[in-house]
Write a protein that binds this ligand. Structure first.
Ligand SMILES: NC(=O)c1ccc[n+]([C@@H]2O[C@H](COP(=O)([O-])OP(=O)(O)OC[C@H]3O[C@@H](n4cnc5c(N)ncnc54)[C@H](OP(=O)(O)O)[C@@H]3O)[C@@H](O)[C@H]2O)c1
Length: 294
């Protein structure tokens, strides 16, 4: 039986990962930020030494992409320093480590899906700190470190574009959404299942891409959401990214390839639209509960 420890367990992905493991009867300790701050090296060592997990999954992260531009050092402390602390403790105590990462490690200007071994070239502070986290893990754990890159996440336990559109469909006659950024909307429950499949496979250490297959734009995703709500998709109007300047530039092309899964024989996550349809009742319920709570 594999013993799991999940850090950042209070976040959107961490919550779903702990819930999925629990529902499958796998022994898991979920530690949120209050119970384990990953930037505290001594606390990290104590947590891993005390519980002796077979696998640690690091879902803790500084995820405020725009704020990271002005606070790169603080973001680095969590995204790279935290990962390094976990990797050092895992190396000393013999645990495997799964580090979550992001499409933002790439430049976002490719014309074909990014392969796992394509050269990263982050264009944001967030991307730089996440890349440093990847390296901290792979350098310290060449045989037992895994980097799982994901992107465009949505889930029941945190804010996301999908939940925002569900809310706005109720509040506004029209919604303007950028139509020049391409990516793969991905359900946190699918990433959780993918991480579990990775750990239970004979996968070698290294980089894996856990995003849905296919691709769309934020505009295409918003129209799909309106359709699922029974609202008129024509109420969603396309705009260019230049109409919405932000401190951190958004990648125009965030599509990730899934070749690395072939080796361990783990099927990649399926098509984004199918996943959205499966997730939708849960997302609407979560949004309604949030609205009711004020
Ligand atoms: N969301 C996306 O679209 C997306 C896309 C690509 C990659 N990812 C990656 O996927 C992973 C999970 O993301 P998510 O969407 O679940 O993010 P999230 O909801 O923001 O969860 C991150 C969690 O980490 C916690 N945290 C922050 N600093 C910490 C620290 N020093 N020690 C311990 N915990 C700390 C946060 O707690 P507080 O809330 O209290 O700060 C939060 O609960 C991250 O590695 C992220 O970079 C996410």
């Amino acid at each position: 039986m594999t013993r799991w420890l999940v850090t950042g367990a209070g976040g959107m992905l961490g919550t779903d990962l702990v819930a999925t493991l629990t529902s499958r009867g796998e022994p898991v300790t979920g530690m949120d930020r209050a119970s384990l701050d990953v930037t505290d090296a001594a606390a990290v060592t104590d947590a891993i030494a005390g519980r002796r997990p077979d696998v640690v999954v690091n879902c803790a992260a500084w995820t405020a992409v725009d704020d990271a531009e002005a606070s790169e050092e603080q973001a680095l402390a969590v995204n790279a320093g935290g990962a390094a602390n976990l990797a050092a403790a895992c190396a000393a105590l013999g645990s495997r480590l799964v580090q979550l990462s992001t499409d933002y490690v790439f430049a976002g200007d490719a014309g074909r899906p990014y392969a796992e071994d394509d050269v990263p070239a982050p264009r944001t502070a967030y991307g730089r700190t996440k890349l440093a986290g990847e390296r901290a893990v792979l350098d310290r754990l060449p045989e037992s470190g895994y980097v799982v890159r994901t992107a465009w996440l949505y889930g029941a336990h945190g804010p996301s574009f999908v939940r925002t559109v569900i809310k706005l469909a109720d509040q506004r006659p029209t919604v303007d959404v950028v139509d020049d950024q391409h990516g793969q909307p991905t359900w946190t429950a699918d990433v959780a299942a993918q991480i579990i499949a990775l750990v239970h496979s004979a996968a070698g250490a290294g980089i894996y891409h856990a995003t849905s297959s296919g691709q769309t734009t934020w505009f295409g995703l918003a129209r799909e959401i309106f359709g699922l709500l029974g609202a008129d998709p024509a109420r969603v109007r396309p705009i260019p990214s230049s109409a919405l300047p932000r401190p951190a530039p958004r990648p125009a092309y965030s599509v990730l390839g899934h070749h690395a899964w072939a080796d361990p024989g783990v099927p990649p996550i399926g098509e984004w639209r199918t996943a959205l349809h499966r997730a939708f009742p849960e997302l609407v319920a979560a949004q309604q509960a949030a609205a009711a709570a004020g």
